[in-house]
Design a protein. Structure first.
Length: 93
């Protein structure tokens, strides 16, 4: 039985998240992830970059223009901020 994921509020996510960075997946070649870090640089959670791009209307299979790229990056960060799971608040690092 799987538990339903609940998210922290957007306002709380904006206070908590210090950065969202696109990175190479550690264990899968040619796979990108978006990692959310807190204000102290600790990893909170990550998202599949291609899935996020598809959700926000990006086109992961072609190189976007600079303007499109900036818009897609901003949309991806907003997507992530709306989907920070509440379990990040229980983590003890």
């Amino acid at each position: 039985m799987s538990e339903e994921v609940t998210f922290i509020s957007y306002e709380e996510a904006k206070r908590l998240v210090g950065n969202v960075i696109e990175e190479e997946h550690l264990h899968e070649a040619n796979r990108r992830i978006l990692t959310a870090y807190d204000q102290q640089g600790r990893e909170l959670c990550w998202f599949d970059a291609e899935e996020v791009l598809l959700e926000v209307g990006g086109k992961p299979k072609r190189k976007p223009t600079d303007h499109e790229s900036e818009e897609v990056k901003m949309a991806a960060v907003e997507y992530v901020l709306h989907r920070i799971p509440d379990w990040v608040l229980q983590r003890k690092d």
